[in-house]
Design a protein around this ligand. Structure first.
Ligand code: ZN
Ligand code: ZN
Length: 365
């Protein structure tokens, strides 16, 4: 059975359990996961297509732009080439299928689209089915793990290459571009996300974008980036210092690395996402930096760079073998300094497998 045929069988079991007659899939990663069509969406209103899955049928509604690739990439689906809008076409197919309860991804559809569907099919209900496909996606198949491993290895290689050009005076932007070019020249399909480089006091901004700031000696610089290989993302952060680091930077880097090692050492299938978060957070709190770690410990990674499960204080997810998650503790000291170190980790039956191999040493000669 092909990967998509087995995924279809699994989502149909979910439909039965939820008493849904059909599932309308509009989220692009969910669409790719279920049918195989690689095309992504453009901006809002530029969908590459929707899926309608019932217990017997599977339809891919797509435009002329993607119809040809759909026929080869999505062989388990009947391709309906649009001559009308997506909601109009979906309403026609739903009418032909005589379905009533149609699960829809409310978190992804606009309110306008949902109202349009309801107006066209007043006899149907459209209960929220957000997260159903994401829950399947959270547990990776061996081929998916293999793609993530390739993405992680490419990301490690890019970092090593970036460190070779890192000199005092190079700008954050120039370093980010060097890393991006390496990733793209070595097989990354675009990027998992924009390369992030933050140095000096800007290292205290957890989501900093690279600027023209010149990187100096003795200050923190962190790099956060990920390749995308066969659609699957990697996610890696390292914090470095050109030359000797001061006492404070060495201290917070050591605390973050200890939090990372403690969390990775404690991760296991069956653990709650909240407990996983606490593994790393408790180390940072015990060192007196709890307030300086304002984000969650980690997140699932796959077709999307942020996907379930969440390793956070609010998570209700439970870790299972086959999940791939980041562990990324950080300490951010406003206007002064910041450190984040992030590894990608595969949960297995017996424990964990750390996919990121890049060294964690702070000081570069
Ligand atoms: Zn990251
Ligand atoms: Zn991350």
């Amino acid at each position: 059975m092909s990967a998509t045929a087995s995924r279809l069988a699994r989502i149909r079991a979910v439909l039965a359990a939820r008493e849904l007659d059909a599932l309308l899939v509009s989220q692009p990663h969910n669409r790719r996961y279920l049918c195989g069509l690689r095309a992504g969406d453009g901006s809002a209103g530029e969908s590459a297509g929707w899926l309608i899955v019932t217990h017997e049928q599977a339809w891919l509604l797509t435009s002329f732009l993607h119809a040809e690739e759909a026929r080869t990439e999505a062989p388990d689906f009947r391709v309906h080439q649009l001559t009308e809008t997506l909601p109009a076409a979906a309403a026609d197919v739903l009418g032909d299928l005589s379905v009533r309860r149609v699960g829809t991804e409310h978190r992804h559809l606009t309110a306008w689209t949902l109202a349009d569907l309801q107006r066209r099919r007043p006899e149907c209900t459209f209960p929220d089915a957000s997260g159903l496909v994401e829950r399947l996606r959270a547990v990776k198949e061996p081929e998916e793990v293999a793609a993530i491993r390739r993405a992680a290895a490419l990301t490690d290689a890019a970092l090593a290459e970036g460190l070779a050009v890192l000199r005092p005076g190079i700008s954050e932007r120039a370093l980010a571009w060097h890393l991006e070019r390496y990733l793209r020249e070595h097989g990354s399909d675009g990027l998992a996300f924009e390369v992030s480089v933050a140095s000096g006091p800007r290292a205290a901004l957890p989501h900093a974008r690279p600027t023209d700031r010149a990187i100096g000696r003795g200050e923190p610089v962190w790099i956060d980036m990920g390749a995308r290989v066969d659609g699957y993302c990697a996610d890696l952060t390292r914090t470095l210092c050109l030359g000797p680091a001061d006492e404070q930077l060495r201290r917070i880097h050591a605390v973050v690395c200890e939090a990372l090692a403690t969390a990775v050492g404690g991760l296991k299938a069956g653990l709650g996402g909240r407990e996983a978060d606490a593994l790393g957070r408790s180390v940072i709190e015990a060192a007196g930096y709890g307030e300086a770690f304002g984000h969650s410990l980690g997140h699932g990674v796959g077709l999307a760079v942020h996907e379930p499960p969440a390793l956070s204080r609010r998570s209700e997810d439970v870790l299972a073998p086959g999940m791939v998650v980041t562990v990324e503790p950080g300490i951010y000291l406003p206007n002064r300094s910041g450190v984040r170190v992030e590894d990608l980790v595969l949960l297995s039956e017996s424990g964990v497998d750390v996919l990121s191999q890049a060294p964690k040493q702070l000081e570069l000669a």
